[in-house]
Design a protein around this ligand. Sequence first.
Ligand code: 3HC
Ligand code: NAI
Length: 697
Amino acid sequence: MNDVVNYVIDGNIGVITVNSPPVNALSQAVRQGLLDAIRAAASDDTEAMVIHCEGRTFIAGADIKEFGKPHAEPLLPDLLNEVEASEKIIVAALHGTALGGGFETALSCHYRIALDSAKVGLPEVKLGLLPGAGGTQRVPRLAGVEASLELILSGAPIAAGRAAEIGLVDKVVSTDLLAEALAYARQLAKTRAPVRRTSELTVENVDDSVFDNVSAGLGKRARGQTAPPRIVECVRSAMTMSFEDGQKRERELFSECMQDPQSVALRHMFFAERVAAKVAGLSDDVPIRDVKSVGIIGGGTMGGGIAMSFANAGISVTLVEINNKALRRGLTIIDQNYAGSVKRGKLSESKAADCRGLISGATDYSALGDVDLVIEAVFEDPELKKDIFARLDKACKPGAILATNTSYQDVNEIAAATMRPQDVLGMHFFSPAHIMKLLEVVRADKTADDVLNTVMALSKRIRKVAVVSGVCYGFIGNRMLQGYFREAQLCLIEGGSPESVDAALYDWGMAMGPISVGDLAGLDVGYKARQAQPEEERGDPAAYRVPDVLVEAGRLGQKSGKGFYTYDADTRARTSDPDVQAIIEREAAALGIERSPIDAEEIVDRLIYALVNEGMRILEEGIAQRPGDIDVVYVYGYGFPAWRGGPMHYADAVGLGNVLSRIEEFRNRFGDDNWAPAPLLEKLVREGRTLAEWTER
Ligand code: 3HC
Ligand code: NAI
């Protein structure tokens, strides 16, 4: 038919093959090829058709690269209506991931056969969209309202077996998909099976309360997001309207989603995440070192979670602690975490046992003689870290990669403690390390290309989203966070309360407010760091007086039951504490600050623009490769709402001119120290360019 869709006749069956790597997305060429093939088959001697795909997967959805561009015919809903209207039976043969428009293509066919390893789903919600090619109308007709709402609102793919259980797939096979699909099509033709058109079915009625309950739950499940309520409306339409009218409504709401800034942001995130995995300037032929076993030094909060990340990917781990007692403590926490995963149904008992079996313990560095990678996760003490790296240099085999999980320390200095700085880099995980997706990979001055390449590839194996950072204090994420936390404290002491500052950011979309984050991480961490500094280097006392007083009063945060809030010992539920408000007011008075209320908009602008301004400096200095990398760091590591696209995309969306004006307003009010605009921001505004345009330079 064309370069990406082939049509051949096999006996009495027309075989339509899509071959458009990497994921057979429904580009204009694929749509056109499918249409031409269906039309050709309509007028030849075949009795039925099979649609299947070459490569790793059945069609994985609409071509996201075409979104935002002018529509090119044939449009997908029209194509799929024509597929369904075919007088000859069409069988879809599914393998890999039949997602979004790809699964909608299968739903418009009359029968569906799938490999048992296949997954099907409608992930559009993750792009701020809804299934726009009949998915919201056809799934309820096959699987009922409740299963449809779950599938479409979660966006999570389901296994072929489960899809068969709920009526979305007719037959599941374990091998020879194409041969099985051909045999199935022949049998259907021979038995004169009906041409089953899903649009001709009706949706079983459910009580209105089903929709009301789901809508009520969206406040929590999809806070701030605009696509989910539209999905609920579409599914309701499938029940209350004809197929034609329901599909019309689906089209209207799909267009609204497509125009919505949330979808623009989520589509940006989709590509940013994938681009972040690529290291600029690193050629494809840089080799990858083999990593079969890993050593981890320090089995505390981070070391334990890192060990689990590797074991969960089938990689064996040796955990080294300072003595047997510390080792036992670390391994016990790992045991408890696995038991928790089993209890919550996240892992089967046998899988948990297999993973746990890959982790062994030691108290001597000689146990690391043969490992391919070591990750150091001991206390944040630069001298201790350098000492450990000097010892690793002696204990590890040549070619082993040596990584530090440090949050702030200079990776160049740590590398210099060894005779092999080319093998050293940072692997900065986030807590809890077995759950959080982000991994900052810190490229030191002498890190070898193949070491970097190996760790980027490894991050995929352990299911992390990796972002490369240069060396600086705090790397990308924690460096930016300093201004964000500073403004949180300043807003608090100048007129806010823990509740008002937290609510402003939470309501804006952050997973947690900044004050609660401080309580969770422990207020003593920052306190100790400040104590280690001479007073004149600590900055404006207004930005740290209150947490200092709290720590000195034994209020360390959640771990001591009290911090900015008071926490219930059993449930960890937080309550406001009038004592804290009194401390804030007292300290404000002592510093001569006249408190006056600050509205939520100002709180958000001060915190978020502090991130943006520092992000601009990080880009200028080349610490981050691209603005999208910073967005990935914030969405995957710091609870930034994905539907706002990360701080840098958000700045573009608000308009860099508007961001700069607000920063200049803050500079006029608060001074140059905190609010000098980043030169890159000023330059882009002067040139009338966006960050996205700057990236394409
Ligand atoms: N459109 C365009 N490009 C796509 C794409 C799509 N739908 N899906 C994946 N790609 C590209 C990726 O950008 C990547 O490109 P790169 O190599 O240049 O970076 C390449 O394909 C491989 O993708 P992954 O690295 O993600 O490969 P994986 O094997 O890890 O995952 C996948 C494969 C599960 C298919 C995953 O890519 C995925 O989830 N894709 C998106 C699926 C999706 O959201 N579909 C719905 C689209 S919206 C829609 O269909 C609207 C309709 O209802 C009208
Ligand atoms: P932790 O205090 O929970 O654990 C440190 C562990 O290292 C302890 O169990 C200790 O016994 C062990 N240890 C100390 N010296 C050792 C030695 N010489 N040999 C072997 N083991 C030794 O600390 P945590 O929180 O796990 O932090 C570890 C590192 O990870 C630090 O550099 C920290 O900055 C960084 N980090 C911490 C994050 C967090 O949220 N806690 C997030 C990201 C990075």
